[in-house]
Ligand binder design. Structure first.
Ligand code: FAD
Length: 311
């Protein structure tokens, strides 16, 4: 077997430079806020490329997203990326959000169309005075400030999209408008990612297409997310979690094994950047980063105590 896993590559001095990013959602309660910050503090020493904070459906978390991003800026050395959608808001309202981020020192936005206010499956109608789609939003951000923009990508096609080709046309429009990174919807079959990547490259799109990895904390919940996102759930994955509904400890071990298998296979096939959907929990993401060869950085104190670094 010379199919080098990253640990073996590391031994041979051939370890690729792995970069990770972590996604969090803004907390609703004081308890959730505490969980989020435990997760951020645990993961910060992995020195992620950036950490992103989602924007609730219909802009419902506008203030909470902003507050979380600002706290990350104030209390850590991490680079926050604020998610932003076009839904249920005028251009002027969205421009004010972008402007406020720029003023606060945010240098990265994840620009999305967002789901229709009625939920996934409803027809999306842009606000009459709003941004029409994600590409339009990317262009708007670029007009307002010098901010890095990441966008979404769908290895299994977005549920609204008639064809993969239409999906890739939209990705191209987002790149043409100024996006410099795409983060994929989560997927479980790596072959789907590579097939998609081939088509994206064939369309002349050369920005990084960073795989989004969902460590499966809870299989039932992940299956629901997948149904809404258009992600297929292979039978082998269901079989691995079969019979474990009341056994969270074993579920967690299986989840780590499944995610490890997925990311190490991606590394073996040349992937170096990973985006983790953390669900505001650090344990699985931390373990997978460790498997990827990442170790707490020597700046680990500074990662969560900027005053020490800046003093
Ligand atoms: C990495 C990532 C982060 C996300 N973060 C958030 C978040 O913070 N908040 C949130 O609410 N959602 C988030 N989402 C979900 C996202 O908002 C939904 O998937 C939404 O439905 C599409 O937005 P988009 O920018 O991904 O779509 P786009 O890239 O604009 O479109 C996706 C596909 O749908 C097609 N399409 C778009 N509009 C139409 C239409 N009217 N008719 C037919 N086809 C159409 C496009 O052609 C394209 O192929 C995220 C998704 C990903 C992958």
């Amino acid at each position: 077997m010379d199919n080098a896993r990253v640990s073996r590559s590391a031994e041979a001095g051939r370890a690729p430079r792995i970069r990770v990013s972590f996604e969090f959602f803004p907390p609703k309660t004081a308890e959730m806020e505490q969980n989020l910050w435990e997760a951020i503090r645990r993961l910060a020493p992995m020195l992620p490329n950036f950490v992103s904070v989602t924007y609730g459906a219909g802009g419902s978390t506008r203030e909470r997203t902003h507050a979380t991003v600002k706290r990350i800026l104030a209390e850590t050395m991490l680079t926050p990326a604020a998610h932003l959608t076009c839904v249920a808001a005028t251009r002027a309202e969205i421009d004010a959000v972008i402007d406020a981020y720029a003023q606060a020192g945010v240098r990265h936005i994840v620009a999305l169309r967002g789901d229709p206010p009625g939920g996934v499956g409803e027809r999306f109608s842009p606000h009459p005075d709003g941004y029409r789609n994600a590409a339009d939003l990317v262009a708007g951000i670029k007009r307002i400030a010098d901010i890095e923009v990441s966008v979404s990508a769908y290895p299994e096609k977005h549920p609204d999209s008639a064809t993969v080709a239409a999906d890739i046309d939209m990705l191209k429009a987002k790149v043409d408008a100024g996006a410099t990174r795409a983060i994929t919807q989560f997927f479980f079959e790596n072959s789907l990612y590579f097939r998609y990547l081939d088509r994206v490259r064939g369309a002349g799109i050369d920005i990084p297409i960073v795989p989004g990895i969902l460590p499966v904390q809870n299989f039932k919940q992940a299956r629901n997310f997948a149904a809404r996102a258009g992600t297929s759930v292979p039978n082998w994955l269901a079989a691995r979690f079969d019979g474990l509904d009341d056994d969270p400890a074993t579920r967690k071990l299986i989840a780590a094994a499944v995610a490890a298998e997925q990311v190490l296979d991606l590394v073996d096939r040349g992937v170096t950047d990973f985006h983790f959907y953390t669900m505001n929990r650090a344990d699985l993401a931390y373990a997978i980063c460790h498997l990827l060869g990442l170790r707490p950085g020597k700046d680990q104190d500074a990662a969560c105590h900027p005053e020490r670094e800046r003093a």
